[in-house]
Write a protein of this length. Structure first.
Length: 283
């Protein structure tokens, strides 16, 4: 299938970044949000990100205008009737995702592939809620989406092999490398990364080192671009906490128990960059 027009539902940090990735690759994008305010926030994300690239000389003003011109914004899901692919990037609440996929299944033409960017919820559960489970797949991008070069392509037991192949090929068209993974909590990256980040919060709580000490240790000693607390602030503490809860639920492995400190910060609304304050802040 030639993917030419793509719908992105949910234009938060990830959805807006994903919309930009598709528009940069020359595809037409229809971005959907719940209301005008959320739509304006989504537009702001893409405008700032492309302005930054233009300031750094990575895009000309003309290319930036072309990218923005390929993105249409709407509050109506019905506008997704003719798209070839939809990527869902709404908050990680399974009931909301299931009901969205039921809607998309009704609205979109039968060939449309329905993809979720979920980082922790079962793709199988949303696939089973539709009348086209073979054409439902996970397409998991990483934050910041325009920069990170991986897409985890999550196939369920009922995903048609041809769809997995098409979506992997599409990831290549976006300049990303696709890694094919099964539908298990955390897939590959979050299954390995989040326990490490969670453990950093445990070490902090035990007083083994300071926040800055732990971040410096992992940046300078291991060569990572960011220490664990800077990365938790980028990912969002709420997202990290949700992934840990799902990992713990599925594995019942004590090492996956969410850190109490993480839970306390999330409860207090200190979510990282998205709320302006997390392990670091105000930011
Ligand atoms: N949007 C678009 N572009 C961005 C960006 C953003 N939010 N943030 C940075 N960039 C671009 C910059 O424009 C710059 O581009 P050029 O090289 O073309 O000029 C490039 O990225 C590097 O940016 P900076 O020089 O400002 O900053 P940096 O070198 O410190 O890199 C970083 C920033 C890319 C975020 C880097 O620190 C990094 O790779 N951090 C680790 C990020 C990571 O691990 N992400 C995965 C999180 S896990 C996840 O997302 C899964 C999940 O489900 C929870």
């Amino acid at each position: 299938m030639a993917f030419e027009t793509v719908g992105v539902v949910g234009l938060g940090t990830m959805g807006a970044g994903i919309a930009e990735v598709f528009a940069r690759a020359g595809l037409r994008v229809i971005g959907v949000e719940a209301d005008a305010e959320a739509l304006a926030r989504g537009r702001g994300h893409v405008e700032r990100s492309t302005a930054r690239a233009a300031d750094r000389g990575k895009l000309t003003a003309g290319q930036r205008a072309e990218i923005l011109g390929r993105i249409t914004l709407t509050t109506s899901r019905e506008d997704l009737r003719e798209v070839d692919l939809v990527i869902e990037a709404i908050p990680e609440v399974l009931d909301h995702k299931v009901s969205l996929f039921q809607d998309l299944d009704r609205i979109c033409k039968p060939e449309t592939v329905l993809a979720t960017n979920t980082s922790s919820l079962p793709v199988t559960a949303v696939a089973a809620a539709t009348g086209r489970p073979g054409r439902v797949i996970g397409m998991h991008f990483f934050n910041p989406a325009p920069v990170m070069r991986l897409v985890e392509v999550v196939s369920t037991v009922v995903t048609a092999p041809g769809v997995t192949a098409e979506i992997s090929e599409l990831a290549g068209r976006l300049g990303k490398t696709a890694v094919s993974v099964g539908d298990r909590a955390g897939f590959v990256v979050n299954r390995l990364l989040l326990p490490y980040l969670n453990h950093a919060a445990v070490l902090l709580e035990l007083g083994i080192a300071t926040r800055d000490g732990i971040d410096d240790a992992m940046r300078l000693g291991v060569g990572l671009p960011m220490g664990p607390f800077a990365l938790l602030d980028l990912i969002g503490l709420d997202t990290a906490y949700e992934v840990m809860e799902v990992l713990f639920d599925e594995t019942r492995d004590r090492r996956h128990a969410p850190s109490p400190l993480l839970r306390e910060l999330v409860t207090a609304g200190l979510l990282g960059r998205k709320s302006g304050h997390g392990f670091y802040g105000p930011q």
